[in-house]
Design a protein around this ligand. Structure first.
Ligand SMILES: Cc1ncc(COP(=O)(O)O)c(C=O)c1O
Length: 452
């Protein structure tokens, strides 16, 4: 069948084509110049998307291995998503989230409570991942009673002023450093590898640093502040698809229990099925007190959540008429209606489907790239990364060059990792076998091209 969604790439023009180039010129005339990167080979402008296909403004069809930043796990324009929009849109497009709440918000939160592994989960909704992280930082501050935070180098938690305070990347932080909350200390990423790569450290050294901050507080320019929160991704996604080693999470759990630390798992990328289970935290032995969700949660509508058991969330006082944390679009009815449909899929078999397809992709990549000592295939389920290293050191920009080569072949993928050495694959679960095999072959060829 010749239907957008299940097609292999079909390229009609050079990439980017003339329509994309013209749109890039128009965009440059109206958007802040820092937002959309444009050069001779980048970007293509999306016009339509279904299943695992995207069609650009020139009519070129791509196979999408990004799911648009991991969001479209169910596939672009998934029937469940479109049905929910069709049902809710004529009834209520916008509501009054924390004053006279939409019915859809209640239904959505009940569905969320059913899929999460806690008794009495309680949520704070938002529209973006960054907002969920900020809500978690506030909640953990209240619940722990202490302001200091530890996060991980390579972690990505968003770019709003509150979430950027826990995102380690110097390029993002540099221009606005003096706006950011200073009571955050960053641990190098812990690894069990014999020789840690640059930016990584041994599990023992990471735990020793954590012990020092627990004992002495987190250093700030105006003195040390007591540590109350540890915030981290179970598997760093944009940080290069790096899973926390279980020896580290075991050490963290022990310390969190002993010192009443609040552990926040940022599962905005990893959660809700992508990694083959509802949450990725149990896969790496992480035991979070608070979980942040986003991306997949709204099935493409902007929706996020900071969720914790009542014993943690009740650190917030009961509302006395004025919510201390809310926003105009909190509990947006359209987003909640779609979110409820997404959660139905999560509760059914979305994680199993992601695991099965992920195994197929991983096996293909591993066999296609076998014999290359400079390649590491990482990740789980449909969050996979191919890291290109030279003598143990990530090869700067390899993922960027591979993403460009793939685009020219009609495959959408994004680079990851501090040095852009990783090509990240986070495709929709509806990738057909033919699309999956094509994509694997294209990635293998592009990686081999990088190594040649
Ligand atoms: C793990 C993680 N946390 C937080 C965020 C920020 O989410 P948003 O861009 O929706 O604010 C992202 C975005 O990629 C992410 O991957």
């Amino acid at each position: 069948m010749d239907t957008l969604g299940t097609l292999l790439p079909r390229l009609l023009t050079v990439i980017p084509g003339p329509a994309s180039r013209a749109l890039a010129d128009r965009l440059a005339a109206v958007e802040s110049r820092n937002i959309t990167f444009v050069d001779d080979g980048w970007p293509v402008f999306w016009d339509e998307a279904r299943g695992a296909n995207v069609r650009d403004a020139d009519g070129n069809v791509y196979v999408d291995l990004t799911a648009a930043f991991g969001v479209a796990l169910l596939g672009h324009g998934a029937p469940e998503v479109l049905d929910a929009i069709r049902r809710e849109a004529p009834r209520l497009v916008h509501g009054m989230g924390d004053v006279h709440p939409p019915v859809a918000k209640v239904r959505f939160l009940e569905a969320l409570a059913r899929v999460l592994p806690w008794d009495q989960p309680r949520a704070v909704l938002g529209s973006s991942g960054s907002e969920a992280v900020e809500a978690a930082l506030k909640t953990a501050r209240l619940a722990s009673g202490r302001p200091g935070v530890v996060a991980l180098e390579g972690g990505y938690h968003g770019l709003t002023v509150g979430s950027l305070a826990v995102t380690a990347r110097p390029d993002f932080r540099g221009p606005v450093r003096d706006r950011l909350y200073p009571g955050v200390a960053f641990l190098p990423f812990p690894t069990e590898a014999g020789t840690p790569a640059p930016g990584e450290t041994s599990v023992g050294a990471a735990l020793a640093m954590l012990d020092r901050w627990i004992d002495d507080g987190v250093p700030t320019p105006s003195g040390r502040v007591p540590l109350g929160t540890v915030l981290l991704e179970p598997i760093q996604a944009r940080g290069g698809v790096r899973a926390l080693p279980s020896s580290f999470t075991a050490g963290l759990t022990e310390r969190a229990r002993e010192h009443d630390l609040i552990v926040v798992a940022d599962e905005i990328y990893t959660g809700l099925g992508r990694c083959g289970s509802v949450l990725a935290s149990p896969l790496v032995g992480l035991e979070p007190d608070i979980v942040c969700l986003g991306k997949i949660l709204g099935g493409g509508m902007p929706l996020s959540a900071c969720v914790a058991p009542a014993r943690i969330m009740d650190a917030w006082p009961a509302s006395d008429g004025e919510a201390l944390h809310t926003s105009t679009f909190l509990g947006h009815p359209l987003a909640c209606a779609v979110g409820e449909a997404v959660l139905g899929q999560v509760a059914a078999d979305l994680p199993d489907r992601a695991r099965a397809l992920g195994e197929r992709l991983r096996a293909g990549l591993e066999s296609g790239l076998a014999g290359h000592p400079d390649i590491r295939v990482r990740g789980v389920g449909l969050l996979l990364g191919v890291d290109v290293v030279d003598d143990g050191t990530p090869r700067t920009g390899a993922g960027v060059r591979i993403a460009r080569a793939l685009l020219r072949r009609g495959v959408l993928a994004l680079p990851a990792g501090d040095r852009g050495s990783v090509i990240e694959l986070s495709p929709p679960v509806v990738l057909t076998e033919a699309q999956a095999d094509f994509a694997v072959a294209a990635v293998v060829e592009a990686v081999q091209g990088e190594l040649a």
